[in-house]
Ligand binder design. Structure first.
Ligand code: DGJ
Length: 345
């Protein structure tokens, strides 16, 4: 009987994945190719037919439009922060470089600096779009370990550089931002040579970190991505192995300041123990489906960083716990499948 049930289960789940594979896959070359699905790990072209160049990124929703911000990479060098827009999350229009490196010698964001893992929030009080990123100064490797801040009047920018600093004196490398339901925003960042993961509440204008700055845990983690559902906060992180993939970890907490409980590796499927060759960068609430989320990761290609690939996968809740399964191809209808459990189902 158990074997029979397992077989039914297996065929059901294969059915779900197959049901999401469109009959005519979008060919990812050329302009005007309409994408109808996510294809994790495949090259992903924008509406002009160019490779999407937005690594270590994050997504902001403004009305019905999504804005994807990320690192613009040449083969190695970082060339500013790009922004793309989309209404359906499959087809992205290039909106340009939202934050340009400076041509002024000695400037904090002088060309040749690193502006990694950019994230943008809208501040309702000031009416500004605020970008935070991990800044490394030109020619200084990863030693500066600063958070950088820029602002804009429109989601597409141009963003104006404001300042950079070590929040409350702490080193700040990989990072994310999180906007809570009460309008308060937070900076979650790797500190103390990446041994610590910390959280700092942002000032009301989102331009600086307040003194409310706490150690979350000291597990040598980076690439934080936060989401909230059912009144609980979830945090996905990676280990620290440069561009090489490693095992992801999921933590849960009742408040952002912790305590955070480790729940193990949420990834499932081939190469799950190496995050499918990727590294977390963001978790995006799925459109129109409260309790459904999309996990965003980068599969870095250190030999040609601009051709690093994107892994967008649905977060599924098994026994109430978020899990992320590998799928070759899927679309947002996945969340409507009876077997694709959102939070609370
Ligand atoms: C891992 C980080 O997560 C990336 O953002 C980048 O800084 C690489 N390290 C550089 O090796």
């Amino acid at each position: 009987m158990r074997i029979h049930l397992a077989a039914v289960c297996l065929s059901f789940w294969s059915g779900v994945a197959l049901a999401q594979a469109p009959a005519a896959p979008a060919v990812a070359v050329g302009a005007n190719v309409k994408h109808t699905a996510f294809r994790p790990g495949e090259q992903w072209h924008d509406t002009e037919g160019n490779l999407i160049n937005a690594h270590g990124g994050g997504v902001l929703r403004v009305g019905k439009t999504y804005y994807w911000y990320g690192e613009k990479r040449a083969q190695q060098q970082e060339e500013g922060v790009t922004v793309y827009s989309s209404r359906d999350l499959y087809n992205w229009r290039y909106e340009g470089v939202a934050l340009q490196p400076s041509t002024q010698p000695g400037h904090d964001i002088e060309q040749g600096c690193l502006m990694e893992r950019p994230k943008v929030l809208f501040n309702k009080k000031t009416g500004k779009y605020v970008m935070w990123f991990h800044l490394e100064l030109k020619g200084k490797g990863y030693s500066a370990a600063r958070a950088g801040v820029a602002v804009a009047d429109k989601p597409t920018g141009p963003f104006r550089y404001v300042s950079s600093f070590r929040p409350n004196g702490h080193m700040s490398r990989d990072m994310t931002l999180y906007l809570d339901d009460d309008g308060r925003a937070y900076h979650i960042y790797s500190a103390r040579e990446n041994y610590d993961l910390r959280i700092a509440r942002l000032s009301d204008d989102f331009l600086t970190a307040t003194k409310q700055d706490t150690l979350l845990f000291s597990n040598h983690r980076e690439a934080p991505a936060v989401f909230k559902t059912g009144g609980r906060y979830y945090l996905i992180t990676s280990g620290c192995t440069g561009w090489d993939p490693n095992q992801a970890t999921l933590h849960v907490a009742d408040t952002l300041f912790g305590p955070w409980q480790e729940l193990g590796d949420p990834m499932r499927g081939p190469n799950a123990q190496k995050t499918f060759g990727g590294q977390s960068t963001y978790v995006l609430p799925a459109p129109g489906r409260p309790g459904s989320f999309i996990f965003l990761a980068d599969r870095w290609n250190p030999k040609d960083l601009k051709d690093s690939r994107y892994l967008w996968l649905p977060v599924q809740f098994r026994q109430g716990q978020p899990t992320i399964e590998w799928l070759d191809r899927w679309n947002l209808d996945f969340f409507a499948q009876p077997g694709a459990k959102s939070a609370g189902q």
